[in-house]
Design a protein around this ligand. Structure first.
Ligand SMILES: Nc1ncnc2c1ncn2[C@@H]1O[C@H](COP(=O)(O)OP(=O)(O)OP(=O)(O)O)[C@@H](O)[C@H]1O
Length: 681
């Protein structure tokens, strides 16, 4: 294999000698390559391998880095490469052994004891009996707890902390009970391991050996506790090197603190040298220019632009104006190389799933899941509704593997109001073979006249449609029955309930444009087999999930401004009754970073599937890259990307630019050219 020669930016980091270092790296800038080279140089210069610690953000990054080190050092004896969690386990284990802290057991999220514990905490906090608790409410509580744990705050601290002043007191009570239950049962979750190890490092000398060099990757995603661990781990002699990209911080809502990389690191670690890795090896000039153009709209000062190395492919960026995925996706599946479809919301991924099934294109989710359709509530409502319309019963589901998920979705997503504690009874009742669904429902929902009316309307729909009836028509009848009105109503978080409502609209559009009949719709959802392992299917992922990944072809869908970044709804948006989701400027900036992360995953081709939008055409025709004043139809981020100007500038760069061409460019594009020259690549 041809050896890569390092850029001067990379070489400076590799040879950095003393003091702490902060590396600000753009996507695909060879961070791993540079860090591996640095460790190789340290070891070759005689630094003891055991005095070097590398911290990676997750298990797969840790394994991959370790393998690269083994190859570089031509040995299995490599420095310690750990995740924050594995380091915390080791420190806590030593603390327990030395009897400094109590012995406790790890409580993993998949352990049934965990769900019992969180349910009990919820019931205590919300003063609720032992009835059914919606999964989303539990998730909201978990998010609240993880935000508290990321800052290592106790329930007493939360009560006193003005940051939490707007939180519901129920959450604080539930959090208090959660902490008590962990203590009573001598259990620790992953969060407690981090917190206790930070506290052990602070209070106990020599709980773990001293490291001469500590290197931490993805620093933009560390939370306060992890940052504190590093501070207490470092001695006078330690040189700490943190690597990250402020513009890729997308986990602030979970407690990540971009301000560490944005200034606090340098304040806490004196005499830090700041380095930049501003040359990407992943994508070409058009995409670099667009990514810079979007991210410069954030308030964080852009110190360096992301600049493409000449060895990168000439990434092609295209906009596909289309409101219907079933027209767009079949042609995308013909692209050469790896393909990913990325979306801000799960509703759009569900639509993509159905469109791909319709086109017979194999796919899977990034985490290996073959489908998420059956678990979506609106899908449960539609499948059960269509089955009732066609056959008057749910016999077809009797031995279907997704029976429980679909009936759960139906019961939860439809507009039923259950008597306290009766939801599970209804679910189990309808699941039973030969169940009388109507009797079960009537025995468990409230006795109000609207609820009785809903059941009657459903009974009236039974057996009234034929398999050949267009699915869109059946769906329209279901809507008239009032069944769909409840979709999204039961979820506590507005963004989630809107996601389910959008799911209905997306499926509605898809059925209307594809003109499939009701039976085909059921077959698509219930019987489409996904390829088993081994083949190389197209990948679906949320934008959050795509972080750290790259594909030859990236297709971003769900690019409507009211969905991404969300916030103020357009006045003309009448398709569904979405609830207003107020969004702050900080949240818009985080969404913008998410768009930046998503588009910078592409190597050879980026396709942005946007809704028809006259405004965007105007922006493209005028080569503008500003943020539209009024919320547009297509996401504002596509407006800001300035595709037209980026394409023409990149064309002249590839064709060798003349001074006259350069002087006609915007100041921003001239800055890009200056940086390109400065990099001397
Ligand atoms: N100096 C170089 N010359 C040519 N190619 C390089 C150089 N440095 C890195 N690369 C290539 O760039 C690609 C990205 O490198 P690497 O995986 O180290 O980046 P990364 O910054 O860790 O990526 P990410 O942040 O997305 O995980 C790899 O294919 C690598 O071989």
């Amino acid at each position: 294999m041809k050896k890569k020669s390092l850029t001067w930016e990379q070489a400076k980091i590799v040879s950095h000698e003393h003091s702490h270092a902060l590396i600000k790296a753009v996507p695909g800038s060879g961070k791993t390559t540079t860090l591996v080279k640095r460790v190789e140089r340290l070891v070759k210069a005689g630094v003891d391998r055991r005095s070097i610690l590398i911290l990676q953000y997750n298990k797969s990054a840790q394994l991959s880095f370790k393998n690269k080190l083994k190859i570089a050092l031509n040995s299995d004896d490599v420095p310690e490469v750990r995740t924050f969690h594995s380091l915390a386990f080791e420190i806590v284990r030593r603390g327990e052994k030395q009897k400094i802290i109590k012995r406790k057991t790890l409580l993993r999220p998949e352990d049934p004891r965990y769900s019992n514990l969180i349910n009990e905490a919820y019931q205590a906090g919300f003063d609720q009996g032992s009835g059914y608790i919606p999964i989303n409410d539990i998730e909201d509580l978990e998010l609240f707890i993880s935000r508290c744990r990321a800052k290592a705050v106790s329930p007493q601290d939360v009560m006193a902390d003005p940051i939490f002043a707007d939180e519901k007191p129920e959450y604080i009570r539930a959090f208090t009970r959660y902490c008590e239950l962990l203590e009573e049962n001598r259990l620790r979750t992953f969060d407690e391991y981090l917190i206790e190890s930070a506290s052990l490092l602070r209070s106990t000398q020599q709980i773990i050996e001293n490291f001469r060099h500590i290197i931490i990757d993805e620093y933009q995603d560390v939370n306060l506790v992890q940052h504190e661990m590093i501070r207490f781990l470092a001695t006078e002699e330690t040189s700490v090197m943190a690597v990250g990209d402020l513009n890729q911080c997308i986990y602030e809502w979970r407690g990540a603190r971009p301000d560490f990389i944005g200034g606090l690191f340098e304040r806490h670690f004196k005499q830090t040298t700041v380095f930049h890795l501003s040359c990407t090896f992943r994508f070409g000039h058009t995409l670099s220019l667009m990514a810079n153009s979007v991210i410069k709209r954030n308030s964080t000062k852009l110190e360096r632009l992301c600049v493409s190395h000449p060895s990168t492919p000439k990434t092609e960026v295209t906009l596909r104006f289309d409101n219907c995925l079933s027209k767009v996706l079949p042609s995308i599946s013909e692209f050469d190389g790896s393909i990913a479809i990325l979306s801000r919301t799960n509703a759009s991924l569900a639509e993509a799933e159905i469109a791909l099934r319709l086109a017979g294109v194999p796919y899977c989710y990034l985490d290996g899941k073959s489908s998420a359709l059956a678990k979506r509530r609106e899908v449960g409502v539609l499948v059960v509704g269509v089955l009732l319309c066609l056959y008057g019963n749910l016999n077809e589901l009797v031995s279907h593997p997704d029976k429980r998920a679909l009936i759960f979705g139906f019961l939860w997503g439809a507009d039923f109001r259950f008597e306290k504690g009766k939801f599970n009874e209804a679910l189990n009742g309808i699941m039973a073979r030969d169940a009388d669904m109507w009797a079960v429902l009537e025995g468990s929902i409230s006795a109000s006249s609207e609820q009785k009316e809903l059941v009657r309307a459903l009974i009236n729909l039974c057996d009234k449609e034929r398999e050949e009836t267009p699915a869109a028509e059946v769906l329209a009848h279901l809507k008239l029955s009032g069944l769909i009105d409840g979709v999204g109503a039961g979820t506590a978080i507005r963004t989630r309930s809107n996601d389910e409502k959008r799911g209905v609209v997306r499926i509605e559009d898809l059925l209307a444009s594809s003109k499939i009949d009701a039976r085909t719709f059921l077959d698509l959802i219930l019987y489409t087999e996904q390829p088993s392992e081994g083949s190389d299917p197209l990948v679906l992922s949320t934008l959050h999930g795509s972080k750290g990944m790259e594909w030859d072809n990236v297709v971003v869908i769900g690019l409507e401004d009211e969905e991404f970044p969300g916030g103020k709804l357009r006045d003309d948006f009448k398709a569904i009754e979405l609830e207003y989701e107020p969004i702050t400027e900080d949240e818009i900036q985080e969404e913008r970073r998410l768009f930046y992360v998503g588009i910078t995953r592409a190597k050879r081709r980026l396709t942005l599937v946007v809704p028809e939008d006259e405004g965007l055409n105007r922006w493209l025709n005028n080569s503008w890259d500003s943020t539209p004043r009024k919320p547009p139809i297509a996401t504002r981020f596509v407006y800001e990307a300035g595709l037209t100007a980026s394409t023409s500038t990149s064309k002249v760069i590839y064709e060798c630019i003349t001074p006259a061409q350069q002087s006609g460019m915007s100041g921003f594009h001239q800055w890009y050219l200056k940086d390109l020259r400065r990099l001397k690549v």
